[in-house]
Design a protein around this ligand. Sequence first.
Ligand code: ADP
Ligand code: ZN
Length: 736
Amino acid sequence: MSDRRLVQVAVPVPLAEAFDYLPADDGPLPAPGSRVLVPFGRGERIGIVVDHPASTPLPAGKLKAIRRVLDTVPTIGAELLQTLRWAADYYHHPLGAVLSHALPGLLREGRALDEPPEPTWQLTALGKDQSPDRLVRKAHQQAKALVALQAGSLAVGELRERDITTATLERLAAKGWIEAGAPRTAPDARSLATTAPRLPELTADQRRVLEEIADDERAGSGFRSYLLHGVTGSGKTEVYLRLIAAALATERQTLLLVPEIGLTPQLVGRLRDRFGGELAILHSAVTERERFDAWRRAYRQQAKLIVGTRSAVFAPLPAAGLIIVDEEHDSSYKQQTGFRYSARDLAVVRAQRLNVPIVLGSATPSLETFHNAIAGRYRKVDLPQRIGAAGQPRLKIVDLNRHANRQGLSTPLVAAIDQHLTAGNQVLLFLNRRGFAPALFCPSCKDTEQCTRCDARMTVHARALEVRCHHCGAVRPLEWTCKQCGGERIAVGAGTQRIGEELAALFPAARIARLDRDSTSRKGALDAVLADVAAGNVQILVGTQMLTKGHDFPRVTLVGVLNADQGLFGTDPRSHERLAQTILQVAGRAGRADRPGEVVIQTHYPDHPLLTCLLTRDYAAFATLALAERREAHWPPFAHLAVWHAEAAKREPAFALLERVRNLAGGEDTNGGVTVLGPAAQTMERKDGRYRAQLLFRSAQRAALHRLVDRVLLAIRGSSEAKRVRWSVDIDPLEI
Ligand code: ADP
Ligand code: ZN
């Protein structure tokens, strides 16, 4: 029907796009981006207005009216709404789910935008007279709070960030030393101007990079993508800070995206020092309340620097001036469940719509980004030199075929550790395997303890006296006696825990710390380890992938990569790229400041071309080589991928669904330029009791790929096969 005033509303329910409603009253229609309460099924839902359609396929009698409009001004601005609609389309995910994903929980639940912000605390006159020094011994927490508040008022969330509890604050309030302050709505006093004089003098390279970007800006370039390729420690972060300051100087907002584990106290401290109250932090560790307040400060332009992990790409930016994606190659930018988007890619789309520059920074750019730079779509700006006198670390290979090794520590590596410790420096060892040992093996009957729910071995966690499955979380007691033959079993191979024990035996005088998911699961444990390393209390740090993420350890001069072989022969087309990134990122922790660094890579394949290339040349050389291989093999960025996943308690239904997808897509042959590969079992077929299969669409033409995904989705949603399994489609998958 037509000639009606109609409102189209996206509601967060599975499989649906948007629904038509009548307006709540005769007034103006609620603008797109506004939240509305609508009747839905037997209940009601909060949805987002996405359109005012001219007509609806629904008959008049079926149309229901909106119950209530929650926003007078749209919560989702026009640009963000457009980007989200684009994202729903591109990632083939329901619009309602995408829109609701983009909002903080409290807004999703209908909380009013103009609700008063979180309270703040400030010192009273009496409080200002107190000397925290005198309190330190008796009331350490209170002293800490007083010191924090001496710089000005702080919101409750900011105090919590400093580990200051409500109880402490109440005690201080009872003494009359602190009082409730005005809610934070504008930048506080600790802003740019006060700290500006302490900025370091830029290096020639940093100045050149900033000039190049400023030149474009002066020429009125608006949107432009930059790849800032700078080796670790080359001063990329300082370049970000200057760009942020320049945007701030003209009252414009910057969105700074960082990897999940990159939001370290180090970085936050540096940003807070320089930009004070301009800062709003959005990431998964903040409370809903804090996220709501931070989001609103961005929405109202009270915060000019919005820093966050993946989902912060959906922050409101009404006065956008700049977007930065730090460590753009990091896999945490890709959401791996539900709405499987890439925050890095969406950031580029947003920058384009906002007509602002975007800087993608990394020492080891993704091959996609590197290719975009070579092809001239992104402007490449380089920082080829490290700051300080240390220079690039020297990379060295230890051939594990030629040298004895004890639980994965070769003789030359042990000698190097000894030498660096003797010189008073720190050592960092990387092994992407946590636990004590990756297998529990019986030498007499050759049985290895397997997980009953996964195609995987159980990992030995010796200290906990358990074996654990790292894929489904199953835990069993550690039993050294073999259940099959009664023989004595042994732990084979080494994880971080075993390496730690081995090192303790070899270097009894050294303090050794571990950095992995087991050792940092307790809240605050990660910060504690990092602080210990920074303070020089730890001599050897053994860790997993966590080590590679942007920490600045100035006294580390030796880095050991204990097992490079894990990545050399992976089945995934990206395994080489990932290995190269890991090696260079972890190597980048060696020899900062003025101490030269050394990197020892242990491998059974010392002549592997990837290792040779990294050793004798640099990341750019590796990337060029790897891109040639990708072109040859028709992998991204020379082809576009969509992968269909299906899993079920039995193998058959998972495969049946993918067979059906395959048939719908047109079977064996190429289909409008789309090749269909599979279905095949996933690398670990059974995980957590479910059989997993996948099917790949590949095409040199993005448009053809998306048309085909759309066509298949339309047919498959609601089909009987689809009801029997858990399935999804992943656009631009990271892992295949
Ligand atoms: P990246 O982000 O490339 O790893 P950073 O920006 O963190 O590098 O810089 C590495 C170190 O050098 C930091 O300790 C930083 O404070 C310092 N630094 C950066 N730029 C300069 C400069 N122009 N002069 C002196 N020190 C600098
Ligand atoms: Zn398992």
